[in-house]
Ligand binder design. Structure first.
Ligand code: ATP
Length: 367
């Protein structure tokens, strides 16, 4: 990565389609406002074209210039991409986020789910207010390995193959254990759960075996295993018992939407796609065509993804002010929600994207 000026980080901004554009505009405004309030390093945020609508206009979903910018930036901030009826000639959808995961080798999809005051209480149980877990999704193999490789034979049978490698499983498992160690400092305990279907599939039994090999390297972190179907039940019945989960690509895709449902929907579910050399930060939601262009989207997930980016930059470049800035953003969002006067439309309130953004910017701590 290039770093010409130690006081400045280059961020490649890819707003994309639908509400991706709206929540990104909000997030850039918030990050700009937050960096004016501290003496920490400045982020230089530059927007690049990509997405389904760009494909419809130009025939390119992820232009080489955008990919180069993502590769040379210190981090990528990503909105959402995809649009109904925009398809490649073979009928599949342009999904540049999947291409970026492969191109930048972003193997760990990190999806934290945390309840805080002001979020809807989806579960009646009192303990729902202590929901605080992270789903780590392997993102470069698993069932998504089949993308572009599936086969239909004689119009009578179809195959998609799941790939699980020792290298891929080891690195995502190690990532999950390292994350659990960091969380232990805050929570006093740490446990990684391997989510698989080892009772049925050879590939999943292999995933579990490799997980167990890696687990032995981490004495301070406990671990257990759960079949994905049982875990789906636990996620609804007792999600407060979960800490860090690690799973293959497709299971992670499904479970992360279920997890977002526990805190009221997609609008407050952030994510980070992390590799050894690059990282991309995006809300877990899609382009939401049903509400796009109407100032209805909740920008919270994008804000929290921006905070995750600041934390990652802080750790990687030893810049503690960026971590403080991340806390300032999180706390401003939490204050707005807890106070309740400005409530997102997603939760039945009247605040659209712009009103939420103004409120969160106004709630940033002023030194
Ligand atoms: P994808 O396939 O890319 O996940 P999708 O349309 O299936 O796209 P989302 O775009 O995540 O899924 O939308 C799912 C539902 O959640 C939609 O009804 C959408 O309006 C709602 N939604 C998603 N994100 C937000 C948000 N930030 N604020 C409010 N509602 C949202």
């Amino acid at each position: 990565m290039s770093q010409t000026d130690s006081s400045k980080f280059e961020i490649a901004v890819l707003p994309g389609d639908g509400i991706g554009v709206e929540v990104m505009e909000a997030c850039v405004a918030l990050l700009e406002a937050a960096q004016k309030l501290d003496k920490g390093p400045l982020l230089k945020m530059t927007s690049y074209d990509a997405g389904a609508q760009h494909y419809a206009k130009t025939g390119e979903a992820l232009p080489a210039r955008t990919l180069d910018a993502a590769r040379s930036a210190h981090a990528v901030l990503f909105g959402a991409m995809g649009w109904p009826n925009v398809r490649y000639p073979d009928g599949t959808e342009p999904i540049p986020q999947l291409d970026l995961r492969m191109e930048l080798d972003l193997f760990a999809g990190v999806r934290p789910i945390r309840w805080f005051p002001g979020l809807p209480k989806v579960l009646a149980n009192e303990q729902a207010s202590s929901i605080d877990f992270v789903l780590v999704r392997e993102q470069t193999e698993g069932l998504f390995y089949a993308r572009g490789r599936g086969k239909v034979i004689d119009d009578s049978e179809a195959y998609d193959t799941m790939q699980i490698t020792r290298r891929g499983t080891e690195r995502v498992t190690r990532f999950a254990f390292e994350l659990a160690k960091q969380r232990k400092a805050r929570r006093g305990e740490a446990r990684v759960t391997c989510v698989d279907k080892a009772n049925v599939f050879t590939s999943m039994a292999f995933f579990r075996n490799v997980f167990n090999d890696v687990a032995r390297e981490f004495e301070s972190v406990s671990f257990d295993h759960a079949y994905v179907d049982a875990l789906a039940l636990t996620m609804v019945a007792k999600p407060w018992n979960l800490d860090v989960l690690v799973t293959e690509n497709m299971f992670g895709d499904i479970l992360s939407d279920l997890a977002a449902g526990l805190i009221g929907g997609m609008g407050m579910a952030p994510s980070a796609d992390i590799g050894d050399a690059h990282a991309l930060f995006q809300p877990a939601h899609g382009t939401a065509p049903d509400i796009a262009g109407q100032d209805k989207a909740n920008p919270g997930a994008m804000f929290l993804s921006g905070a995750m980016m600041l934390d990652w930059l802080a750790q990687r470049h030893d810049e503690p002010t960026l971590a403080t800035r991340a806390r300032n953003i999180e706390q401003a969002l939490q204050r707005v929600l807890a106070y309740g006067e400005v409530r997102p439309m997603e939760y039945g309130g009247r605040a659209g994207t712009k009103a939420m953004t103004e409120a969160v910017i106004a709630a940033l701590p002023n030194p």
